[in-house]
Design a protein around this ligand. Structure first.
Ligand code: SF4
Ligand code: SF4
Length: 586
């Protein structure tokens, strides 16, 4: 019997107070971040989606079952993963699909999931065999509320009918968790509510809403796929608001951050950037090793891309290195790396005062005692309120790292010395940001105008004189052979340089010189904390004068940076490009 899609949504999204990430989000995240291991069974698919990210990698191969077994075991042994995702291409077209599920359970995965177009699973016996093999979760890729729309986007005859038949059977069966991925694009954005309503009617209440990104054939079909989320703001928000209903689980994936204002609980965990970059690591590896430009780096394309903050941070870091603009070479305890400071650095960043180094240091206050005289140009980093008393008389510059306790201690002082710079640290998680961040605006408003500050947008430190934080080149970003390491760089990006702005920032005189607030601060306190500056733009820009060399992001219209040559760490020789798919390390 043909399936009738509802023509109008049958429910109204609940209305609630604007919320930032909270305990429910953290619980969701803990489940979502259970270590997953993806195993690709095929590089082939029985659909041909117009937005496929993977089309270029699909050469029709079916992986040998022995290789699949090895890869499934590797996830348990090396990653200790407890969730297995069997995928492709389309995993279900592999003749050993059921054996792969069974094998996953045999080697100890708690949970086995597949992401599918539902065509094979529409067959009753095929579905039942998958259930008996131990399949726990089926994620259907549904992109339209009607056969016409879904089949057009997936270029699959009867794709919608088969998928819905399969989905209804899976829900009726009751054994698997059933959820839906939707790739939101220009063709279906206005029907998103109807897609969700259709699934809800069938009994599916969990959705991952993926924003189309400019990769694979999606970019070839860009005229038909890319859209302005602002134009569809209300339709999107009606669906996003369902996340506040206890009946629905809504996730977003790769959605442009500034369009999630007042919906910050839907900002995906920033650590997903590791997966995004990992999926393209060959491109990044080649860029870092040989200077070959990332082939998709393009002023038209990158503004649509979720990874853009990372690519811009990487370009900026490499450009700073090439131009020798770093100020600190951070080695921590590795004082053996202090023979020569690379990247233009003049300060050595250490966790202990070294015996055999006479130059200026960048040093944590817990390693400093007033009886030691530091070389001229050194900087001390204070992280605990008790550090302040011993630093009161020093002439060396002091970077005071702020949290609620530190702010209270500073407000209790009669005056803040002119050598002190108040630094707003970024936090590793939104939970920490919620716990540790003071009310920035109230804190700075209580201080005298002209107090030195860094690492905050101007709107959060009224009256302060903003300075650019020292550029720190961390030895941990390099392999021993001098090659830049990718994963530590992504970690550092997430921890320090991953920032976001409100779409309201366009009205702010600081917009061009401002990177916004750190992602975890946005998740903890919302975009609403960012308030465009008003009044005298000249006075505002004077406060920002010290940070005017902040590179504009590519999305703001700057051209891509030229590809950089490899700059090795002194004493280390660069090595040629290594093809990671040949099994070598990154
Ligand atoms: S932002 Fe990076 S990954 Fe995205 S299209 Fe541009 S270069 Fe490619
Ligand atoms: S551009 Fe945005 S984040 Fe930056 S100071 Fe202005 S309002 Fe704040």
């Amino acid at each position: 019997m043909p399936i009738q899609a509802p023509t109008t949504p049958e429910f109204e999204a609940p209305r609630g107070e604007a919320a930032v990430v909270d305990a429910r989000t953290f619980d969701h995240e803990r489940v979502a971040n259970e270590t997953k291991h993806w195993v690709r069974l095929t590089a082939a698919c029985n659909s041909k989606c117009v937005f496929c990210l993977d089309a270029e990698a699909q050469d029709g191969r079916f992986m040998p079952f022995e290789d699949i077994q090895t890869e499934i075991r590797r996830g348990r042994e090396e990653k200790n993963a407890t969730r297995l995702v069997v995928s492709g291409g389309e995993g279900s077209i592999h003749p050993r699909f059921h054996d792969a599920i069974r094998y996953g359970k045999e080697v100890g995965y708690r949970w086995v999931q597949t992401v599918t177009n539902g065509q094979k699973l529409a067959d009753r016996q095929f579905f039942l065999t998958a259930m008996d093999a131990g399949l726990d979760e089926i994620t259907y890729s549904l992109h339209g509320h009607t056969p016409e729309l879904h089949d057009r986007l997936t270029r699959t005859k009867n794709g919608f009918q088969n998928l819905m038949k399969s989905m209804m059977r899976a829900v009726r069966d009751g054994r698997p968790i059933v959820n839906v991925d939707v790739c939101i694009n220009k063709q279906n954005v206005q029907h998103l509510e109807a897609i969700v309503a259709l699934c809800a009617r069938v009994g599916v209440k969990e959705f991952d809403l993926l924003h189309v990104i400019p990769q694979g054939v999606a970019w070839d079909n860009r005229a038909d796929l890319f859209y302005d989320p602002e134009e569809h703001r209300e339709a999107l928000r009606r669906v996003f608001r369902l996340a506040r209903s206890s009946q629905f689980h809504i996730w977003t994936n790769r959605f442009p951050l500034s369009h999630l204002e007042d919906m910050e609980e839907l900002i995906q965990d920033p650590h997903k950037m590791l997966d995004e970059v990992g999926g393209r690591r060959t491109l990044f590896r080649r860029y870092l090793d040989t200077g070959t430009a990332i082939e998709c780096r393009d002023t038209e394309r990158c503004p649509h891309c979720f990874i853009e903050p990372f690519c811009s941070a990487l370009d900026k870091h490499v450009a700073d290195h090439n131009a020798a603009r770093f100020e600190v070479w951070w080695v921590g305890g590795r004082t053996d790396l202090a023979a020569e400071l690379p990247g233009g650095a003049s300060l050595l960043g250490v966790s202990e005062i070294p015996n055999s180094y006479a130059g200026p240091l960048y040093l944590r206050a817990d390693r400093y005692t007033p009886d030691v005289s530091l070389p001229v140009g050194s900087r001390i980093v204070a992280t605990q309120p008790e550090h302040l008393a011993q630093l009161a008389g020093v002439t060396t510059e002091v970077e005071v790292h702020l949290d609620k306790a530190m702010c209270a201690a500073l407000l209790a002082l009669p005056a803040i010395p002119a050598t002190w710079i108040l630094h707003a640290p970024t936090r590793a998680t939104a939970e920490l940001s919620a716990q540790l961040d003071p009310d920035w605006r109230a804190f700075f408003a209580a201080l005298p105008p002209g107090t030195r500050a860094q690492n905050l947008p101007a709107c959060l430190c009224p009256g302060a004189l903003l300075e650019r934080p020292l550029r720190i080149l961390d030895a941990a970003l390099f392999h021993d052979d001098g090659r830049r390491a990718i994963e530590p760089f992504v970690d550092r990006h997430i921890r320090e340089t991953y920032r976001a702005k409100s779409s309201r920032c366009r009205a702010c005189p600081a917009d061009n010189a401002c990177e916004g607030a750190h992602i975890q601060s946005i998740r903890a306190h919302g975009f609403r904390q960012l308030v465009p500056l008003d009044g005298d733009a000249t006075a505002t820009l004077a406060r920002l004068a010290c940070i005017s060399d902040v590179s504009p992001r590519l999305k703001d219209g700057a051209p891509p940076l030229p590809p950089p040559p490899l700059v090795p760490v002194p004493g280390n020789e660069p090595v040629p490009f290594i093809d990671l798919h040949a099994g070598r390390r990154s």
